[in-house]
Design a protein. Sequence first.
Lengths: 407, 262
Amino acid sequence: MSSAKTDTIEVSGLTKVFNGKVRAVDTISFIVKGGEILGFLGPNGAGKTTTLNMLSTLLKPTSGTATVNGHDIVEESDAVRRSIGYVFQDPTLDIELTGRENLDFHGRLYNLNRNLRKQRIKEMLEIVQLTDRADNLVKTYSGGMKRRLEIARGLLHHPKVLFLDEPTLGLDPQTRHSIWEHIQRLNQEKKITIILTTHYTEEADHLCDRILIIDFGKIVALDTPDKLKAQLEGDVVSLTFKAPEMIPKVHPLFEKKKWIRRVHLLSVDDNQATTNRMMNMMHGMAAGSGMTGGINHGSTGRSRMPKHLEKMQPHGSINQNSFSNQALGSKRLNLLVDDGGHRIPSIVKLVDEAGVALESVELHKPTLDDVFISVTGRNIRDQRGSFMEMVRRHRIMRQARGRQTHG
Amino acid sequence: MVQPLSGQAIYVVLLRELKRYWRAKARIISSVAQSFFFLAIFGLGLGGFIGGVGKVSYLSYLAPGIICMGLLFGSVFSGVSVIFDRQFGFMKEMLVAPVSRTSIILGKILGGAVTASIQGIILMAVAGIMGAFTPTPALAFGALAAIGVMLLITTGFVGLGVAIGSTLNDFHAFQLLSTFVIWPLFMLSGAFFPIDAVPLPLQVAMLFDPMFYGVELLRWCLLGVGTPMLGPFGWLISLGVLTGFNALMIGIGTYLFSRAQV
Ligand SMILES: Nc1ncnc2c1ncn2[C@@H]1O[C@H](COP(=O)(O)OP(=O)(O)OP(=O)(O)O)[C@@H](O)[C@H]1O
Ligand SMILES: [Mg+2]
């Protein structure tokens, strides 16, 4: 029972192929130490949920093995299930029951006796601040309240290992931060080992001891946030142009310079833009450019992208047409530069000489976003998933947002 | 892979079914009302025209059949609701818990049987108030037996619902289910007309309908008479057929459910 030293999760060559052709998870191997928080960072469809479903015994692996808390996920599925708590990506509450009843149901399923149930339910409700709403039907809860209830439920039976699948998707910043606090407190006080998936890089950076970047079902990086960022030597200089059409003119200039290590083209990559793009698609507008997400794939230069991934890129080069289809306004170029502060004047001069109007220049140390771009060749907020997945995600986010205003 | 049953798990799933049933008051009222209309309009309307069947009035004859209609719809839909559990995600919460799928599904079947039978009991009371049953000391005993019979009848049909719900994946199949499964089962059950009076092909079809034996058993309980064609031990035959049907449906339902992916 010396949990601190042992490896709580060991994954070896784990693979899941759906319908004989979709390699959702492709021979991944990694170890999670006791008490660690490991983050799965990856875009839509990367295979995060599928991995968790295998580790939680809901899905049988196509090949490979894994142990959770020392138990084999196929041979000892019952013991695995007793060791874990799983907060699913999609809602899994019974909305026709009250919050307390949902927790009570869970406690009984995990064979907690009456007194223990009562005491833990009380304790968990306090932690997630739902005590005063506990006896209301869940269908009257806001999205954030539902999420907190699900987290409380996942912890009710004091699991050794907790899987959190996008715990804060669609929540407002305030709720998100309070959930982060809970997660950290649980990890520290109860020594729970946690795997959480996210595609918010700041969430991964803030919470995780180590981050596993997964893309197309494969692990493309696994390290501490600091080490991952340190791999990108230099600084990121972010250029925003007045008119997006200007980018093709300056792009080649940068590629010739030795001191510019890498050039990445980015869209305005906040959540709002993503949501807009999804809405456009759903209304059948901009269908040609939006679906492929092509304009965001501007990774060129000395990128370390594996060959097989390069082929999968819908557009290798910049597509002039797709710019004009996008009503998103300005575009950005990110440059990874040695000693960025000193190079800014030269960069501005280069742009000036090309006769291109700059809107702003920004300098920052590499973030996880930059790391993600550098190992996968694209922006984490690209929606690469299927159309239906996007519709579903949009729905979840809208539900979560809509309900928050009421509670 | 034999997994142990957990009484606690069966109980909690059953409890959830009861709570959900009890909270959907509008559904209870509308299905009781629907059965009431059938009973009142057909019972009195057709009754005035036909008179009676054998020694009993048409209203009395019809009452056990209409109770079975409530049992049938209630039980099949309650089984099929595994689709909703999947769709709305709650199934994952149950499947990831350290309990066997058999326990979950037995709880579900039991819950469906109990809620559908509650529906049946309400209908029995309504029919009684309408004067469908002759009030004798034997009736009190018969009504008690009828409650047991309702549980027996509904168990198999919840199992059928679970089997269907585990195979089908979407709501659109609901319409098909109702048209091609539930209504034929009901119409062939002998609720409206005695089997002795119809052409041979229809008789054969009726004998293959498990609900036929359900209606038969309830008539024995509440009216004290059965179908002449099945003889004086018609109730025993019916009991046997329903028991066999239940075993089969629990088996198939459990098998298909445990095979289904989330
Ligand atoms: N049951 C299934 N049947 C067929 N394909 C599936 C199934 N579940 C997932 N997939 C496919 O497997 C791939 C990985 O999906 P997964 O849900 O694991 O991604 P994810 O990283 O969790 O994405 P997201 O960020 O959107 O949640 C996707 O291409 C998806 O379409
Ligand atoms: Mg996912």
